[in-house]
Design a protein around this ligand. Structure first.
Ligand SMILES: Cc1cc2nc3c(=O)[nH]c(=O)nc-3n(C[C@H](O)[C@H](O)[C@H](O)COP(=O)(O)OP(=O)(O)OC[C@H]3O[C@@H](n4cnc5c(N)ncnc54)[C@H](O)[C@@H]3O)c2cc1C
Length: 427
């Protein structure tokens, strides 16, 4: 049987492993820690095809310059990281144009076309139980002006078979969500979007993989590759070399480090986000909320509530800055009648970020059996099943039913150095 080795067991690696195994491939999934434990754990779990727009957006340069040095703002850039991050930042700012944003949004919507039906199918799969809610998403704003702006922005989703977002008056949002305070001016409702408890999804996929014959190896870090001509024959770990026919890097924010082991340089950085999970909460929310002016989100789960958001560019680390946790709480307090009380657990995770906001999905330009699916930024849970499905088609059939051109690795102007078999990607 043909064997695929997947490096990185977050939601993207797990979803790719699921579809590859379903297509009859022998699958080995390795993770340097425990699969599902990094960015795919404490996030908000939104499955939101309508919000497939890229992070770099028009107007973000102005806002980010204002925010970047304030530790409690929606976007914080650690001053010490600026010199090493500046090539990435320069590209990111270049992609903040209207044209790049619309191009990226269209690509994200194309990739997400089947998202909801794939989640339906997954729910019906035997032995695969996870927490999923179909309650839509409610955006609320303190400032009325944002409502028209956002409505206009999201009107494109109708051409992708998604219902148009609906404007809601102050009275309507208060009826939909009685926990909101009088400060809220109104909102927008996106009825088709859903949310999952991400930990339940990764756990269910891992369980399914193990009971369906895949090997899932924890504490197994990829430390190098064995390359023979234009093919990879094995991935080195501290204990052994794992041989296979196809190799797929799904290492999230670490994908750049893993790919360097084969001489590939990709512009990937970490966009750290924070969340607080409150068990036995004093408030039961009716649906997930996007607190629009402060970019903070709230997800209600069966037995808890999660408040999350913020973007911190401080390199690859999971140091938890208490000030950013405090700012999540104070932002939420502006929108709520009373604060949410309960047992709190603070968390941070590293979103894998490319400068144009789109993931890299495809084959490595110079190696025939090396594939990449990393860089899903704010949408890794939402885009996981569609990514897994297209990636398994690409690996098993050499093609996919969506155009993967916008996601190609070589969009970051790659060039191949024939002499030593390495590829340089200019950032
Ligand atoms: C606060 C917050 C809220 C979010 N909310 C949402 C949301 O509502 N909806 C949504 O769609 N997305 C959301 N996201 C984004 C989402 O969490 C990420 O896009 C997604 O988890 C990325 O998944 P991944 O599998 O690429 O990365 P990860 O989950 O980080 O997995 C990568 C894995 O690779 C492993 N690895 C790394 N290097 C190696 C190596 N050398 N060898 C072996 N293994 C290796 C790591 O241990 C890790 O387990 C949110 C993120 C944050 C921070």
């Amino acid at each position: 049987m043909t064997k695929a080795i997947i490096i990185g067991g977050g939601i993207i690696g797990l979803a790719c492993a699921f579809y590859l195994r379903k297509q009859g491939m022998d699958v080995v999934l390795i993770d340097k820690g425990d699969s599902g434990a990094e960015c795919s754990s404490g996030n908000m779990g939104w499955v939101c095809p309508s919000l497939s727009d890229p992070v770099p957006a028009p107007g973000l340069i102005k806002s980010s310059l204002k925010w970047m040095i304030k530790r409690d703002s929606p976007l914080y850039i650690k001053p010490a990281i600026v010199p090493s991050l500046s090539p990435w930042l320069m590209q990111f700012w270049k992609f903040c144009s209207e044209e790049s944003y619309q191009r990226g949004y269209t690509a994200g919507l194309e990739l997400s076309r089947k998202t909801l039906s794939l989640f339906d199918e997954l729910e019906q799969e035997g032995c695969l139980e996870f927490e999923m809610h179909r309650k839509g998403l409610l955006f609320v704003f303190l400032d009325q002006r944002y409502i028209e702006e956002k409505l206009d922005n999201y009107s494109i989703v109708e051409s992708y078979g998604l219902p148009a977002p609906a404007a809601k008056s102050k009275k309507e949002v208060m009826e939909m969500e009685p926990a909101l305070s009088d400060a809220v001016a109104g909102g927008i409702y996106l009825p088709a979007e859903r949310h999952v408890r991400p930990e339940s999804l990764t756990k269910a996929l891992k369980k399914w993989l193990i009971s369906n014959g895949a090997e899932v190896l924890s504490h197994t870090e990829a430390t190098g590759f064995i390359q023979e001509g234009d093919k990879i024959s094995g991935v080195k770990t501290r204990k052994k070399t794992i041989e296979g026919d196809h190799f797929l890097v799904t290492a999230g924010a670490w994908a750049g480090l893993v790919l360097r082991q084969v001489g590939l340089h990709i512009p990937m950085t970490a966009g750290k986000g924070y969340s607080i999970t409150i068990s036995n909460p004093s408030i039961q929310f009716q649906q997930p909320l996007y607190l629009g002016d402060s970019r903070v989100t709230i997800s209600p789960f069966h037995d808890s509530v999660r408040i999350g958001g913020t973007m911190e560019l401080s390199g690859l680390n999971t140091d938890l800055d208490q000030r950013r946790i405090d700012s999540l709480k104070s932002s939420a307090a502006q929108y709520l009648r009373s604060s949410v009380r309960g047992d709190e657990q603070a968390w941070c995770g590293m979103r894998p970020m490319t400068p144009d906001g789109l993931p890299i999905i495809g084959k490595a330009p110079s190696l025939n059996n090396l594939f990449i699916a990393s860089g899903h930024a704010m949408s890794g849970i939402s885009m996981a099943l569609s990514t897994g499905s297209v990636m398994s088609d690409l690996i098993t059939k050499g093609m996919s039913d969506i155009d993967l051109t916008p996601f190609r690795l070589d969009r970051f102007s790659s060039k191949k150095t024939h002499k030593n078999q390495t590829i340089t990607v200019n950032m």
